[in-house]
Design a protein around this ligand. Structure first.
Ligand code: CP
Ligand code: NVA
Length: 300
């Protein structure tokens, strides 16, 4: 039976833990010469730009012995109106796994419902689960555990914030999300995640969130596809910048995370992202290791 990975909630706490542990082992060089996915093909269909997700999946499948095929919708018949369902039915007869980066999350669900091979969410407007696997690995590496770690997410209640809420629910993070009114994360996801293990608080004051945090996390104020509202959002979020005065309210050993790409000078300053508390490049590297651990589990 194929498994999809459309949102973090698709996996149990135990499955997420085992991906994180396997990724840490792979990073340390475990099974470096083994190629468990020889002959396997992964298709990447990306409707939005990507640096980390695309390259880490392409390099990851190659390191595991398989190959990747990258395309934009304009290069296949979907771009000329062929249905998502027909495309999924045909392609799952050639491929062993499909990664999609898209706008509407429902398009991923439709693709997955019509595919016989695993479909992985490479980012939708609602979720970014592969990112948050790497985030969990980074927290585990640096803080030694996940349960009880206090994460302050400062900024827009977007796809990354939604997946972090699911991470809190599954892994027991204590998540404070500081955002302006009207920019909260998805309320259905919040409600579901609150039935899990951790704690999720939505508040307005970034300093209050930062003050109790082990980890401060931020993401862009204007996500891909929201460019029309950029100026309004930048005005609304000006008090939500992760800068040295916010860090001064936090614990001395607070760790700073960002999924990247960063808009330096907007949601985060150069001083912070390049400073000693930032782990953003380790976090970006970990995309490769968690992607490989995920592929090992899903691709048969
Ligand atoms: N963090 C992340 O998903 O980066 P890309 O958009 O470069 O893939
Ligand atoms: N929230 C951002 C994440 C980019 C990796 C976006 O959707 O553009």
């Amino acid at each position: 039976m194929k498994r999809d990975f459309l949102r973090l909630w698709d996996f149990t706490s135990e499955e997420i833990s085992s991906i994180v542990e396997r990724a840490i082992a792979l990073k340390a060089g475990a099974d470096a010469n083994k190629c468990p996915l020889i002959g396997k093909s992964l298709w990447l269909l990306f409707e939005k730009p990507s640096t980390r997700t695309r390259i880490s999946f392409e390099v990851g499948i190659y390191q595991l012995g398989g190959q990747s095929i990258y395309m934009k919708p304009s290069e296949i018949q979907i771009g000329r109106g062929e249905s998502t369902a027909d495309t999924a039915r045909v392609l799952s007869r050639y491929l062993d796994g499909i990664i999609i980066r898209t706008f509407e999350h429902t398009k991923l669900e439709e693709f997955a419902a019509n595919s016989d091979v695993p479909v992985i969410n490479g980012l939708s407007d609602l979720h970014h689960p592969c990112q948050v696997l790497a985030d969990l690995m980074t927290i585990k590496e640096k803080k030694g555990k996940l349960e009880g770690i206090k994460v302050a997410y400062i900024g827009d209640g977007n796809n990354v914030a939604n997946s972090l809420m699911e991470a809190a629910g599954r892994m027991g993070l204590l998540l404070n999300i500081a955002c302006p009114e009207g920019y909260e994360p998805d309320l259905d996801i919040l409600e579901e995640a609150r039935n899990g293990k951790g704690e999720i608080i939505i508040l307005r004051d970034p300093k209050e969130a930062a003050g109790r945090a082990d980890v401060i996390y931020t993401d862009v104020w204007v996500s891909m596809g929201q460019e029309d509202s950029a100026e309004k959002k930048k005005r609304k979020f000006s008090a939500y910048q992760v800068n040295s005065s916010l860090l001064a309210c936090a614990k001395k050993d607070v760790m700073v995370m960002h999924c990247l790409p960063a808009h330096r000078g907007e949601e985060i300053t150069d001083e912070v992202i390049d400073g000693p508390q930032s782990v953003v490049f380790d976090q970006a590297e970990n995309r490769l290791h968690t992607q490989k651990a995920l592929l090992e589990i899903l691709i048969k």
